[in-house]
Design a protein around this ligand. Structure first.
Ligand code: NIG
Ligand code: FE
Length: 426
């Protein structure tokens, strides 16, 4: 409409020294992984929860009449981080185990002595749903303060139908009350509970016959996951469970080839999984299989660091092989007690050889795609949800260059300013 004057919008983000975003709705690989759109002296116009325009402030400001202005004060704006792999529902921490590892014990030794996942199972079984929800809400506050606007959340420390449902209900309740978007995953196949220690096949039967269908019926999880590993679920039981999950309508995510070279990546490819996670021990054949099946590898570079394992995921070979990696924290009380995507980005650069652009794309657009949300999340483009982070640094490369400090100044989720520094708990 000629002469209509500036367009009224809900929010204009101004004062952005640099806006950095991947583009598109599909997973990025190869040179595209590093191909950010960069706009200096930028602004973002937002209306009805969505991005309306991204561009130079000098062009956007006169064209929009915002009801609210968020001044980025010379900072950098990036898409809200999408953390595609976390285990945030637990009660009680495992700092004593960490100390055992610093003295030389391995993750599997601790697990086989009844610690590890099973110690978190004791905590979750003893906790009420309300208590788990309260703990999760606090953790969601911290995710938000660190710039994460969408988080995948796994159950997996209950290991009975009732305790897993309790965890998934806590996820649903916390997700409904909190600005962070929470994507629920059922991980009943995380370990064998103590009461099935000597009857493992019976627990697989229980998952297959009872737990998976009941969880699905109740609509409590979008995805189903399994810890495919030599000391827990072998390839045959993982295949049986994930085929069942797929048939019931779950999306499939899998912990594979994390501690041993079992061939879990090939299985994830065969099953058409949405993601294959960890992959430190993936083979070249596994990388090829994942590429052919368009499975997103979700890399968790803090975990081997935290477990004191030398082996790194072959991230460069994956990118060369056409895979579109996502980066995640794997936040959990045992193998990574850290919720910070900015920290992950630095370690992805230092340990995996990612550029800042590659790391940012992996923790936004590619992660969103692994959660089936690439059309709506993961980049700042007209029509997408207005999920963005204001960083107090002048250039997106500080995301990898600087670490040990939270650079997040403010967070917008679906067009609402939901966090400003100084308002968080800690
Ligand atoms: O992703 N691999 C299995 N699960 C977690 C560890 C969970 C735990 O130790 O509590 C992981 O590393
Ligand atoms: Fe995990």
């Amino acid at each position: 409409m000629a002469g209509a004057g500036p367009q009224p919008v809900d929010l204009l983000v101004t004062g952005i020294a640099q806006l950095a975003t991947p583009r598109g709705s599909t997973p990025r690989t190869g040179a595209d992984l590093d191909a950010l759109q960069l706009v200096d002296d930028a602004a973002v116009a937002v209306d009805d929860g969505r991005v309306v325009a991204v561009g130079p402030e000098a062009e956007l400001a006169p064209r929009h009449a915002p009801r609210e202005v968020l001044d980025a004060a010379g900072g950098t704006v990036v898409p809200g981080f999408v953390d595609a792999h976390t285990h945030p529902v637990f009660d009680g921490t495992r700092e004593a185990e960490f100390e055992l590892r610093t003295r030389g014990a391995t993750y599997v030794e601790i697990a086989e002595a009844g610690g590890g996942i099973l110690s978190s199972v004791r905590g979750v079984r003893a906790a009420s749903r309300e208590r788990l929800e309260a703990g999760l809400l606090q953790r969601l506050d911290r995710f938000l303060a660190l710039g994460t606007t969408t988080v995948e959340a796994k159950s997996g420390y209950g290991l009975t139908l009732a305790d897993e449902v309790k965890c998934l209900e806590a996820i649903a309740a916390a997700g409904a009350r909190h600005p962070v978007e929470v994507v629920p995953t059922f991980l009943g196949a995380h370990d064998f509970p103590p009461e099935f220690r000597d009857a493992r096949e019976r627990y697989v039967d229980l998952l297959h016959d009872e737990m998976l269908p009941r969880v699905r019926e109740r609509g409590l999880a979008e995805y189903c996951d399994v810890f495919t590993e030599a000391h827990v679920f072998d390839l045959a039981s993982s295949r049986r469970l994930m085929e069942r999950a797929r048939d019931l309508g779950f999306g499939v995510r899998m912990h594979v080839d994390q501690l041993t070279a079992l061939g879990g990546a090939e299985l994830a490819a065969e099953l058409g999984a949405a993601s294959a996670d960890h992959l430190e021990f993936v083979s070249d054949a596994g990388i090829e299989a994942l590429a052919r099946a368009d499975v997103v590898p979700v890399l968790c570079p803090l975990v081997p660091l935290y477990l004191r394992v030398e082996r790194e995921v072959p991230a460069r070979r994956m990118v060369a092989g056409g895979l579109a990696p996502a980066l995640a924290t794997d936040f959990n009380p045992g193998s990574c007690y850290c919720q910070s995507i900015p920290e992950v980005l630095t370690w992805a650069a230092l340990r995996l050889g990612f550029t800042a652009g590659e790391a940012l794309t992996a923790a936004t657009l590619n992660a969103a795609c692994s959660l089936g949300r690439g059309d709506r999340l993961g980049s700042l483009e007209p029509g997408k949800d207005a999920d963005l982070v204001v960083l107090d640094v002048p250039d997106h490369r500080f995301l990898v260059y600087e670490f040990g400090r939270n650079p997040v100044r403010a967070v917008v989720k679906r067009g609402r300013v939901v966090h400003r520094r100084g308002e968080e708990a800690a």
